[in-house]
Design a binder for this molecule. Structure first.
Ligand code: ADP
Length: 743
């Protein structure tokens, strides 16, 4: 088994790197290793001395909510030379480091692989002059490398998302939302340049998430007169009433001849040819900054833990791997493959083989691209041809991203020549005939709107009013329904199918899009709205943490989630809370006893803040208020206890980039399926979702069979595999404080 590892961050910084270092350090300490931190990237590895020093448990406390990297990072030209790398090897040998965890982009991983490949020859040379290092030379015949993808560009293969991408995307989406409001006031057009080097992921995802009018990315082949299509689209959209427009350009976008496209020249072109007032905003380094999103922190924790576990559990494997998440599973890919495939895409882009480059970027990229190409048109590609209408409704408790799901489903349907109506307050609109036309040009602006603009209803009168629904289906010539909602909507639709025997008009197809902040719906790993809620919770906990130092306090933070612990568990992992109480695990008296002792011990040993996440239904009797009173009684005035019930703050605000994209991917697929079902005269009711990274569907009855009905949550909950990480990485575990390594 290896005994010593070192961790470093390198290349461009990205939000979430600190969370990744924390996970590596604490998991390694927990597994009995000695851990070195290498400061300033390869520069530190080369210079050695105090730039490579042991990290203790508390050294990585309070770092995960900070952007950038506390270890520092630097570009190091000397590391590109053989002599430079030899000095690095000497520093590694001197400390007995057997494995290097490198968090960075393709350059950093290339350097690490080179170092590992050259290890034997460097060691041989060093051994001849440094006899003192002979024992280390024998003990470390090879250097193991574990890479973690750290880059906002999302240009690395071997992972669906790199650490930092989600945070950067949220910055871009927020910036475009903000610019849209000023653009709307002045009827202006904006050209917005995003980062991403030679990868168009950020620009593409941001275009989809904001409903921007046009996009220019490196992966799109441009014909010679590309600008004509762009100008025509912008002009048409303006004539159809879209007064302000957003054009997103990736920094790596190129002209058909391969020359870099300047965002300034795009601005000038639109201004001159269309006679519009056009402003340019280069988003620049704000995209890299700030606290990492919840997604990035959870990703960092998963990858950091996996990297250490692989190194420890597979002592006979010479690791030269990168760990990434593919289809929601942690996967280790040989570094040589990661680097080769990433370079191959680069080569394809340079030689103009765009279709192949897009294919190598993966399925999600291709789906998003196809969607954006269909949705950025100024008007639907087909006129409505009197082939009946589709109704969209939103139901259950509202969740952020419902409007985005509605916007994309509706535009997808309109684009195929189908008229779309929005039903007021779930089924109530269908009962009372309150159905409004949804129009193409309004819908792009719905992507960032919170909640649901057409309203939701939990206790709809559906149970008594099927007769009226049947009447209106005939009256409005409704051929199918898109339902976006939570468990109540699933159950209403089950009733809908049961009532078909009495009302044959109900024999129309229905597609169901999972939307609930609780993430408690069967048939989907993630529901629309849960990522935004998670970010809302984590931001609140960060603010609570900011008050640390003022006085010694324990906080019990109550989250929503109904009978599903997703929000409490993931927020605990992302916010670095000490514990999460979940309905899945319940709360026992013996556990409370232990927690009280640990809490006291933690404060006695100098800690100033403890945070417990508590799902609203973790226990019927041990409520948030009960826990507060219990801890207060036990505190003996040595520390304060506060409870914070986050309540509706969790469902508020504009949806996160991830929720908009999730909503878009699922609803585009669902809308296309609905059209097929209508064409085939089917009356299927299909529940859609995202399973292991892919959009899937199954009959509603099958989805409901996957439900643990008494508890209202899926029987199989993938996130429970991550639950043990909360304790393993928790800040205040008394046994671990001050550790450098388990003796
Ligand atoms: P990123 O890791 O974000 O892609 P860079 O490409 O700047 O960032 O790489 C970071 C550092 O990794 C470089 O400053 C250099 O020290 C090292 N590095 C990059 N490419 C190589 C290479 N081909 N050989 C050796 N070291 C490299």
């Amino acid at each position: 088994m290896i005994k010593t590892l070192a961790v470093m961050t390198s290349g461009g910084d990205s939000p979430g790197m600190n969370a990744a270092v924390r996970a590596v350090v604490r998991r390694a300490l927990d597994r009995g290793l000695l851990v070195y931190g290498i400061y300033c990237g390869y520069d530190g590895l080369l210079r050695g001395g105090d730039l490579i020093r042991p990290l203790r448990w508390q050294d990585v406390g309070n770092v995960m909510q900070r952007g950038g990297t506390f270890l520092g990072t630097a570009r190091c030209e000397q590391f590109r030379t053989v002599e430079g790398r030899r000095r690095a090897v000497e520093n590694i040998l001197e400390r007995g480091i057997e494995a290097l965890v490198v968090i960075g982009g393709d350059g950093s991983l290339t350097g690490a692989l080179l170092l590992s490949n050259e290890w034997p020859e460097h060691v041989e040379k060093i051994a001849s002059s440094r006899r003192d290092l002979q024992p280390m030379v024998e003990r470390i015949p090879a250097l193991r490398i574990m890479g973690l993808p750290g880059s906002i560009d999302n240009d690395l293969s071997g992972t669906d998302m790199a650490i930092g991408v989600d945070t950067a995307l949220n910055h871009i989406v927020r910036a475009i939302d903000d610019l849209s409001s000023t653009a709307a006031s002045h009827q202006r057009t904006f050209v917005i340049e995003t980062m991403g080097r030679n990868c168009g992921y950020l620009a593409l995802a941001a275009t989809l998430a904001t409903g921007a009018s046009w996009m220019l990315i490196p992966e799109c082949s441009l014909e010679l007169h590309w600008h004509r299509r762009m100008l025509e689209c912008l002009d048409n959209a303006r004539k159809l009433g879209r007064g302000h427009q957003m054009v997103v350009i990736a920094e790596g976008a190129r002209h058909p001849d391969g020359l870099r496209m300047e965002s300034g020249e795009v601005r000038k072109l639109i201004a001159e040819k269309l006679g519009l007032e056009v402003r340019l905003t280069v988003l620049g380094h704000v995209q890299r900054g700030g606290p990492p999103s919840a997604f990035d922190r959870v990703l960092s924790a998963r990858l950091g833990v996996a990297a250490v576990d692989l190194l420890v559990d597979q002592p006979h494997v010479l690791h030269q791997h990168m760990v990434g998440v593919i289809k929601n599973r942690v996967v280790a890919t040989p570094l040589v493959d990661v680097i080769e495939k990433s370079r191959e895409i680069q080569r394809l882009l340079e030689t103009g083989d765009f279709p192949k480059a897009r294919q190598l970027r993966g399925e999600a990229f291709a789906t998003m691209l196809e969607l954006v190409e269909a949705l950025t048109a100024a008007s639907p590609s087909k006129e409505s041809a009197g082939q009946g209408k589709v109704v969209i409704l939103t139901g259950g408790a509202d969740s952020p991203g419902m409007n985005a799901a509605l916007s994309i489903a509706a535009r997808r349907l309109l684009d195929c020549g189908v008229a779309v109506l929005g039903s007021r307050d779930e089924f109530d609109g269908l009962v009372h005939g309150e159905l409004t036309d949804l129009e193409w040009n309004d819908l792009a602006g719905w992507m960032g709107r919170p909640s649901s603009d057409i309203g939701t209803a939990r206790s709809s009168q559906i149970l008594e009013d099927f007769g009226k629904i049947a009447e209106n289906i005939t009256k409005f010539d409704i051929k199918g329904i898109v339902a976006i909602g939570g468990l109540d909507t699933y159950r209403h639709l089950q009733r809908f199918t049961e009532m078909r025997a009495d009302f044959p008009e109900l024999n129309i197809p229905v597609v169901l899009i999972p939307a609930s902040i609780d993430n408690n719906l069967p048939g989907s790993d993630l529901c629309v709205g849960s990522d935004t809620a998670l970010n809302n919770i984590v931001e609140s906990v960060d603010k609570i943490r900011d008050t640390a130092g003022a006085t010694r306090r324990a906080f019990i933070v109550e989250t929503m989630g109904k009978e599903c612990g997703f929000l409490a568990a993931m927020a605990a992992l992302a916010a670095g809370a000490d514990k999460a109480y979940l309905p899945e695990t319940g709360i026992g008296l013996a556990e409370l006893n232990r927690d009280v002792s640990e809490l006291k011990e933690s404060f006695e040993s100098g800690n100033r803040m403890v945070i417990y996440m508590h799902n609203e239904n973790a226990s019927h009797h041990y409520t948030t208020d009960f826990l507060r009173r219990l801890l207060e009684e036990e505190s003996k005035d040595e520390f304060e206890v506060r409870s914070v019930v986050l309540g509706h703050v969790q469902r508020g605000g504009s949806p996160s980039a991830f929720d908009r994209i999730l909503a878009g991917r699922i609803s585009a697929f669902a809308a296309a399926s609905l059209l097929d079902l209508i064409k085939n005269g089917s009356n299927d009711v299909l529940a859609f979702g995202l399973k292991e990274g892919a959009v899937t569907s199954c009959p509603l009855s099958e989805a409901l069979a996957q439900l643990d009905a008494p508890h209202g949550r899926p029987k199989d909950q993938w996130f429970m595999d991550l639950f043990p990480y909360i304790h393993s990485l928790a800040k205040n575990r008394p046994s671990r404080r001050g550790d450098t390594a388990r003796s």
